[in-house]
Ligand binder design. Structure first.
Ligand code: GLN
Length: 416
């Protein structure tokens, strides 16, 4: 009840949610009853979980932030959602996002712009901006997002919460609307590392519905966080931390630089040694990512044809039906990505763009591998600046893409 009243207070200012569950109290009472009866309950018992709207849920609409799926209801729960429910988590609602995950601010949502809870004139980041803002404003306790090139990490940073992008394959993508299948992962937001670890533990693990999900055993990510006094016990003693030099060069705000050096000294206090490390080919990450992500999306989004899913614009003739449904259903950013991707994949340009971008992927993997030969952990800022003003970058796609420079490289690795 207290979360419902908090929602009615905050949501008119924030617009984090595209849909709020109408069975919230009933779901909570069911868990209460289980506890009263002394039945076993899962680690998420009574925990309110927000779910990004490109992750399918059977009981609520799943629009992907797109008009083409307005009012669409999936016939099943995504595996991550099913696992949350099995561990007694309560779905509070579906959170706003840039259409199909394409964007960095939620301004590319077809429905609404989410505000940053710390300053309503600023964006919460994106594409999982609704999930980050909802946790930051304590509208829910934890939330699920998706990260293709930074969409969990960057909004977490902009909203001051913990955001975790798991390794590709750690969490099943079954029921996540595909943006770029070789990069997409479902990730978690929380107000603490421990909470985020608990949620990750629940949703991780192999899934027979996703052939790319990993068979590796799932460690209990949260077990290490109980009542450790980090400063006294120095659990990080001896860890070698590499601060990526190229992430602190020109174009990075001074405030970001000083936050990172503060974090580096804190790690030193906890027993780490921090040294600078260079990742050559740093600047290649951004163009390679945008070629690959657009190419994959141009193929993935072909399923939205006005016939199989979502909204249809009636036309006398089949091609016109496809064209009109897509022209009306897709927003401008998505149309631009499809055009870029189709161009990069077309016969005459494939070698020059797509193939080269795949080669860059290999180069990037090598540079990370080398850096990790000498270091246990690498650190960098999440973004070159703090949250932008709403509208500041909306009409300048290249400036918007440039803001992803820190996060896209690690997405290009499947593993190191
Ligand atoms: N901002 C990046 C993009 O628009 C990353 C998005 C994401 O991770 N889904 O592609």
């Amino acid at each position: 009840e207290s979360y419902i009243s908090r929602l009615s207070l905050t949501e008119p200012h924030l617009h984090s949610f595209l849909h709020i569950s109408d069975t919230l109290l009933r779901d909570a009472q069911l868990i209460d009853r289980k506890i009263e009866k002394g039945e076993d309950v899962g680690p998420l018992a009574g925990v309110l979980v927000g779910v990004k709207d490109n992750i399918c849920t059977a009981d609520m609409p799943s629009t992907g932030g797109s008009r083409i799926l307005e009012n669409y209801k999936a016939p099943f729960d995504a595996t991550a959602v099913r696992r949350v429910k099995e561990k007694d988590g309560i779905l509070i609602g579906k959170t706003n996002l840039d259409e199909f995950g394409m964007g960095s601010t939620t301004e590319a949502s077809s429905f609404q712009v989410t505000a940053n809870p710390w300053d309503l004139s600023r964006v919460p980041g994106g594409s999982s901006g609704g999930s980050a803002a909802a946790v930051s404003a304590r509208q829910c306790m934890v939330s699920l997002g998706s990260d293709t090139g930074g969409s969990v990490r960057q909004p977490a940073s902009f909203c001051g919460v913990v955001g975790l992008k798991p390794t590709y394959g750690r969490v099943s993508r079954f029921g996540l609307m595909a943006y770029a299948s070789s990069l997409d992962v479902i990730g978690c937001f929380g107000t603490s590392v421990a909470d985020t670890g608990i949620l990750l533990h629940v949703i991780s693990g192999h899934d027979r519905f996703d052939a790319t999900s990993s068979n590796r055993e799932v460690p209990d990510f949260s077990s290490q966080f109980t009542s450790i006094n980090l400063v006294e016990s120095k659990p990080l003693k001896g860890l070698k931390v590499g601060l990526i030099r190229e992430t602190l060069e020109d174009g990075v705000d001074n405030g970001v630089k000083s936050a990172i050096s503060g974090a580096a000294s804190h790690l030193e206090e906890l027993g780490c040694t921090v040294t600078e490390v260079s990742l050559p080919s740093f600047s290649l990450g951004l163009p390679a990512y945008y070629i690959l992500a657009s190419s994959e999306s141009s193929s993935n989004l072909s399923r939205y044809d006005g016939v199989r899913y979502g909204n249809q614009v009636f036309a006398e003739e089949l091609n016109a039906l496809y064209n009109d449904s897509r022209a009306k259903g897709f927003g401008p950013e998505v149309q631009m990505r499809i055009l870029m991707g189709t161009y990069a994949l077309s016969a005459g340009y494939y070698d020059a763009y797509y193939k080269r971008a795949q080669q860059v992927r290999t180069l990037i993997r090598k540079s990370f591998k080398d850096a990790l030969d000498d270091n246990d952990i690498l650190i960098s800022p999440v973004a070159p600046s703090a949250a932008y003003k709403i509208g500041e970058k909306k009409n300048d796609p290249l400036a918007m893409y440039a803001g992803d420079i820190m996060t896209v490289r690690i997405s290009l690795l499947l593993y190191v």
